[in-house]
Unconditional design. Structure first.
Length: 149
């Protein structure tokens, strides 16, 4: 909460329209707590979105979680700068490549889709795609309702 009693981050905006905010919160909870990706993979995708979309709030909220999941300061800095990271784990690498591809609106042909599914599985690819969309939406809510965030 902020000093004035309002909620921090996108949650105040979600309360302004509960019919939209409640399903958004439910989606966020599903992605954070019931997904198939590892904590590292999930957090690197979230932080990739935060870096590309310039979401300081999401970076501040998720960098400590990412550190606890084992991401290094160099990896966090690279994600914040939208730089390429040399992930050793193929799932992390593929999740990050997919996230960057989506964020930069690069094409996804059948061969790319198949390669991503081979590594992430169908559920994992759905999850990466949903994380990019969800955290992009949160970045927009923050820009509109808390422009200083």
């Amino acid at each position: 909460m902020n000093d004035d009693g309002s909620l921090r981050g996108p949650f105040d905006a979600m309360l302004r329209h509960p019919a939209v905010g409640e399903p958004l919160q439910a989606l966020g909870a599903a992605l954070r707590y019931r997904g198939t990706l590892s904590d590292r993979s999930r957090e690197l995708v979230i932080l990739r979105v935060a870096g590309v979309r310039g979401s300081a709030f999401e970076r501040a909220a998720h960098e400590p979680i990412a550190r606890r999941a084992g991401l290094t300061d160099d990896q966090l800095a690279a994600l914040a700068a939208d730089a390429v990271v040399g992930w050793a784990d193929p799932v992390e690498h593929t999740a990050d490549v997919a996230a960057r591809t989506l964020l930069h609106h690069d094409p996804v042909d059948d061969d790319i889709h198949r390669a991503w599914v081979d590594v992430l599985g169908e559920a994992g690819l759905v999850e990466v795609t949903a994380l990019v969309g969800y955290y992009g939406l949160l970045a927009d809510l923050l820009r509109v309702f808390t422009p200083e965030a």
